[in-house]
Ligand binder design. Structure first.
Ligand code: FMN
Length: 281
């Protein structure tokens, strides 16, 4: 059902998707679906399965770029002795990533996790400089302050609008405000000299970012465009053909339901892609 947005259930399906994209000049971001894990065993299994990505990619001479959710590897679990399991598992993943010159992004989840995720990002970015990045969401009021507070790390940040259903007490209810804040965050991060992942399918925003970079003398090597696998393939190809770095986020695995629900919620038109996929068999 979710075929349009998900590469498949198996890691091999996702690796195949990366190779196909690479032939078209687009890089991949591998994302093993799964989140909000409550058992230690399950969190450790996810960690092993994420480590398997590095084994599968090693030696292919393709960039290795993985996205993880800290809630998937134990952020909600405190071990006896007080250690956070998510942080411990993230260290295992990052040690492996560093050895392969790979990159790992920490996805941003719902608002109650922002504080702990940014705190753990700070710890990890200090221990594994250049190997880890995270995500900021333009819909949250707090985000510009978060961006400033991270500036000393010179962080690699992905800027997104935000995909979770958040209350007005923490997030802009109006799309105009979210879009405005999105541009503001991207421009500020670029101006501060930091690497910026512009993750959106919004063509007006993408065009504005291109113009801003040109006008401000920001080199193309300081930013990239990121889009979701299966969404606006035409736009992905156009940007790559224009010479921009483009990465597509490729989810795979069995736990596609939450991911899929967010895609439908943000764009009901996505339902029709899925229905077409179903009709095709
Ligand atoms: N939303 C989040 O809340 N957290 C994330 O970590 C996150 N990662 C994303 C990665 C990529 C490559 C893209 C394209 C989107 C991501 N999103 C994430 C989803 C966006 O917040 C947003 O819901 C989606 O892109 C639709 O908005 P658009 O019109 O800007 O494309």
């Amino acid at each position: 059902v979710a075929q349009r947005f998900v590469a498949g259930e198996q890691l091999a399906d996702a690796v195949r998707a990366v190779e196909e994209l690479e032939r078209r000049g687009i890089h991949g971001i591998l994302d093993l679906l799964g989140e909000m894990v409550t058992s230690e065993q399950e969190a450790n299994t996810f960690t092993e399965n994420i480590l398997a990505i590095f084994d599968a990619m090693e030696g292919r001479e393709l960039p290795i770029y993985v996205s993880i959710k800290l809630s998937q590897i134990g952020q909600d679990i405190t071990l006896p002795g007080g250690e956070n399991l998510g942080l411990r598992n993230a260290r295992r993943i990052l040690a492996r990533a560093r050895a392969l010159n790979a990159f790992v992004a920490l996805d941003m989840e719902d608002h109650p996790r922002v504080d702990i995720t940014l705190e753990q990002f700070r710890t990890l970015a200090t221990e594994f400089p250049g190997t880890v990045g995270t995500v900021l969401q333009a819909y949250l009021y707090r985000t510009e302050a978060d961006r400033k507070a991270l500036d000393d790390l010179k962080p690699n940040l992905r800027i997104v609008k935000g995909a979770y259903l958040e209350p007005e007490t923490v997030a802009y209810p109006s799309k105009t405000d979210v879009d405005m804040n999105y541009r503001r965050l991207v421009y500020a991060h670029l101006k501060a000299g930091n690497y910026t992942c512009v993750a959106s399918h919004d063509e007006r925003i993408i065009e504005d970012v291109k113009l801003f970079a040109e006008k401000s003398g920001i080199p193309r090597s300081q930013f990239e465009f990121q889009l979701l696998y299966g969404i606006r393939r035409d736009l992905q190809q156009k940007l790559a053909d224009e010479g921009y770095t483009v990465r597509a986020y490729i989810p795979y695995g069995r736990d596609w339901y939450a991911y899929f629900s967010r895609r439908i919620a943000e764009r009901p038109a996505n339902v029709s892609f899925v229905l077409r996929g179903m009709l095709k068999g």
